[in-house]
Write a protein that binds this ligand. Structure first.
Ligand code: FBP
Length: 262
C-alpha cells in the first residue's frame, strides 16, 4: 500500500495552492497590468504563505524562484479551439523535477470525446511520478457535450472518484454549492485529498469565503485558487483570510476581521 504522497507538500493534510495556469487555459484576458507578470504571482505565493504555486513549464523556467514549493502543470490547452476538450502533456515528470517541482498536476476532462486519451496519458504520468515519489494532483473537470451540468453534485462526486480510481494523490474539483452535498464528493474520493477550484472572481469576499468554509466543513483539504486571489485588490489580505479558514478552521466573519477585510 502506498502512502498518499500529497503529505509531502501538505504535511497537515490541508493546503492552499496558488494557481496560475490561466495564461494558457484562458489567455491574458484574465490578467491586468500587474497580474500579467508571473513575478507578481510568485511574490503573492511567498508572502501569502501558500503551500505551493502552480505554473506551466515556461513560466517555471523563467520565474520560479524556489521560495515556495512548485506544482508543475504538465498538460494544458487553449480556449481557442471549439468542441470537446482535450489536453495533452507538454512536459514530463523528469522535466518538472529539473525545474524544481515538488509535485505535478494534470487535467482530465472526463466525459469528453477524448477522455480515453487523457486517461491513458495520465496513467503513464502517475506511474512515472509515483516511481519517483512525486505527488500527483488531478484537475478533474467533467466537460464536453455529454456533460449537462458540470457543477451537479453527482457529476462532481464522479470527478472526485475518478481521481481515486486513476491514482491521483489529490483532486481538484468544482464546488457543488453547499457543504451537505460536498461531503459526498469528499467521501467519494476516499484517501485522495479534495481541493476546490476557485472559479471566476466572486462578487464579494464573504460569498467566496463562505464557499471555502463549506469545503472545509465537508471535510475538504483546501483549495487551489487563482483569480479570487490575484484579481483581488488586496491579494495578501484575502490570502490571509483563506489561511484562517483552511488552516486554522476559523469562521468566515472571524477570518475577514483577522485579515482586515471587514
Ligand atoms: P481559478 O481559481 O482562477 O478558477 O483557477 C483554478 C483553475 O482550475 C486553474 O488552475 C485553471 O486555469 C482554471 O481554473 C480552469 O478554468 P476553467 O473552469 O475555465 O476550465
Amino acid at each position: 500500500m502506498k502512502d498518499n504522497l500529497i503529505y509531502k507538500i501538505a504535511p497537515t493534510g490541508k493546503a492552499l495552492f496558488l494557481a496560475y495556469d490561466h495564461g494558457i487555459e484562458h489567455g491574458p484576458t484574465d490578467f491586468n497590468e500587474t497580474s500579467v507578470d508571473p513575478a507578481f504571482i510568485m511574490d503573492i505565493a511567498e508572502k501569502g504563505k501558500f503551500e505551493a504555486v502552480v505554473f506551466h513549464k515556461g513560466v517555471a523556467e523563467k520565474y520560479y524562484n524556489g521560495r515556495v514549493p512548485l506544482i508543475l502543470k504538465l498538460n494544458g490547452k487553449t480556449k481557442l479551439r471549439e468542441g470537446d476538450p482535450v489536453s495533452r502533456a507538454v512536459c514530463t515528470v523528469e522535466e518538472a523535477l529539473s525545474l524544481g517541482a515538488a509535485a505535478v498536476g494534470y487535467t482530465v476532462y472526463a466525459g469528453s470525446d477524448y477522455e480515453r486519451e487523457m486517461f491513458s496519458e495520465f496513467g503513464e504520468i502517475v506511474r512515472e511520478a509515483h516511481r519517483l515519489d512525486v505527488p500527483v494532483v488531478l484537475w478533474s473537470y467533467p466537460r464536453g457535450h455529454s456533460i449537462k451540468d458540470q457543477f451537479a453534485p453527482d457529476v462532481v462526486a464522479y470527478a472526485a472518484r475518478v481521481g481515486l480510481e486513476l491514482g491521483a494523490d489529490a483532486v481538484k474539483v468544482e464546488y457543488t454549492g453547499n457543504p451537505e452535498n460536498f461531503k459526498w464528493v469528499v467521501k467519494s474520493a476516499g484517501k485522495v485529498k479534495v481541493f476546490m477550484a476557485g472559479g471566476p472572481k466572486a462578487a464579494n469576499d464573504e460569498a467566496f469565503l463562505t464557499q471555502v468554509k463549506g469545503v472545509i466543513d465537508a471535510g475538504g483539504a483546501g483549495l487551489a485558487v487563482g483569480r479570487n486571489v490575484w484579481q483581488h485588490k488586496e491579494p495578501l489580505k484575502i490570502s490571509k483570510a483563506l489561511r484562517s479558514i483552511v488552516m486554522e478552521g476559523k469562521g468566515v466573519k472571524e477570518a475577514m476581521q483577522a485579515a482586515g477585510l471587514s
